[in-house]
Design a binder for this molecule. Structure first.
Ligand SMILES: *Cc1c(COP(=O)(O)O)cnc(C)c1O
Length: 417
């Protein structure tokens, strides 16, 4: 995303951030169409004959999904709601894979009837449930198993998913039994194998290590005459939240896994990027409300809160924050916090930042992924507006909640009994 100062004023994709704030109010999520195209096309180039399934949970906005759908993206979904949104955006069901440990009967039925490419199954009981439902509606469900390869992706513990002791995937040692059981089920067609080791991964080596383990399984399965069409390597490639971070490019990821999977000629790779497609394509513009001191701490209170961006609270995540009007004021150590009544409501902790004044604007960078999609109305706050910059145009992609929206689901209710 092009974010730079021109004559001490911040410009986002060539548009004045102050002007954007005036037009759209604060807080507002601002995305760049150009960068979304760029990020997706980097994947498409690297994974030419493969399937790139965008992980919808990173950001499920309809306009963004439609942009990706038009570029040929598939979808990695984790709920019936995401399936609904992906289909609505025009994503080809034959490019949709369904992950997640707790798929309900209703969701499974919907996915089978939508003819998705495959379920990534995470437990034996889920396998039985999918077979049972497929049988009931007289269909065959295509499946793969999500294997937990027990590798350490070297990331935050809440986003490490491929180690033992997390709730995700099938234990590596149980995989063969699981495939054998599935091969005997009437309404199951085994088509693939899957793994997803975590998120914000900044090296390709954990992917290669996982690939080595998956390849061993594939070879073992072939001996049992279980032949797979798809190898799903999951998502999780990191982005540059901090200057010191050097995330690998999609092409490097492809190279690392192909050093292992290259020997398979008739299999299609699937990759499930979320953050690395949408993360760096968004900034959030907000405004300083107040300043205060408590003990020996300085606080800058802004109108962006954990209900708009929960990543700092949830994962101790770092987001770069910059003033919209460049200032040469002295920088001091402060916490940048929101209005929500939680001590965990912060955008930055112990950050060196200029002591801005009431009404000054700030921009929080890299909020495209897990920003808007994790937003809530906590504290009965109106969820923020979203806009996308397309050339010189500003396109509205989500309106700000109104007070009425805060009541919408709690009024005019039908009787239950
Ligand atoms: C969250 C998730 C992804 C995407 O992860 P990113 O870090 O956003 O790339 C991919 N696959 C599965 C199964 C996931 O749960």
């Amino acid at each position: 995303m092009s974010i730079k100062y021109i004559k001490n004023e911040l410009y986002i994709e060539g548009l004045s951030a102050a002007q954007l704030a005036k037009l759209c109010g604060t807080p507002t999520y601002v995305y760049s169409k150009k960068l979304i195209l760029n990020n997706f096309n980097n994947y498409k180039k690297a994974f030419k004959n493969d399937i790139v399934c965008y992980a919808v949970k990173a950001n499920s906005n309809q306009t963004l999904l439609k942009i990706l759908s038009e570029l040929g993206a598939g979808a990695d979904i984790v709920s019936g709601g995401e399936l609904f949104k992906a289909l609505r955006a025009g994503i080809d069901p034959q490019k949709i894979v369904y992950s997640g440990v707790g798929k309900t009967a209703e969701e499974i039925t919907y996915a089978i009837e939508s003819n998705i490419l495959m379920f990534n199954i995470e437990s034996y009981e889920e396998l039985c449930e999918i077979n049972k439902i497929a049988k009931k509606i007289n269909k065959t469900a295509r499946i793969s198993f999500r294997i937990n390869p027990n590798v350490d992706p070297d990331t935050h513990k809440y986003i490490a998913t491929g180690k033992h002791g997390t709730k995700f995937g099938i234990k590596y040692e149980d995989a063969l039994d699981m495939y054998t059981a599935a091969s005997k089920m009437s309404n199951i067609e085994i088509v693939g194998i899957d793994t997803h080791i975590g998120s914000q991964i900044l090296k390709v080596e954990p992917y290669r290590l996982a690939a080595v383990k998956i390849a061993k399984l594939i070879d073992r399965l072939e001996k049992e005459n279980i032949i797979l069409k798809y190898i799903d390597i999951g998502g999780g490639l990191g982005i540059k939240y901090e200057n010191s971070q050097k995330p690998p490019k999609p092409a490097e990821l492809k190279k690392a896994v192909m050093s292992v999977f290259g020997k398979y000629k008739n299999k299609t790779l699937i990759v499930e990027p979320g953050r690395s497609i949408i993360g760096d394509t968004g900034v959030m513009i907000g405004r300083v409300l107040y300043r205060k001191k408590s003990g020996n701490k300085n606080f800058l209170i802004v109108d962006i809160a954990m209900n708009d961006l929960i990543r700092p609270t949830l994962y101790d995540a770092y987001h770069n924050i910059i003033p919209v009007k460049k200032t040469f004021k002295k920088q001091i150590i402060m916490d940048i916090v929101g209005p929500v009544c939680e001590s965990g409501d912060f955008m930055a902790k112990d950050r060196k930042f200029p002591l801005l004044e009431q009404g000054d604007l700030i921009a929080v960078e890299c909020i495209g992924a897990y920003g808007s999609s994790m937003s809530s109305q906590y504290n009965s706050r109106k969820r923020a507006r979203g806009v996308i910059i397309d050339g010189k145009k500003i396109i509205h992609i989500r309106r700000r909640d109104t007070f009425e929206d805060l009541l919408r689901l709690e009024e005019n209710l039908e009787k239950i009994s």
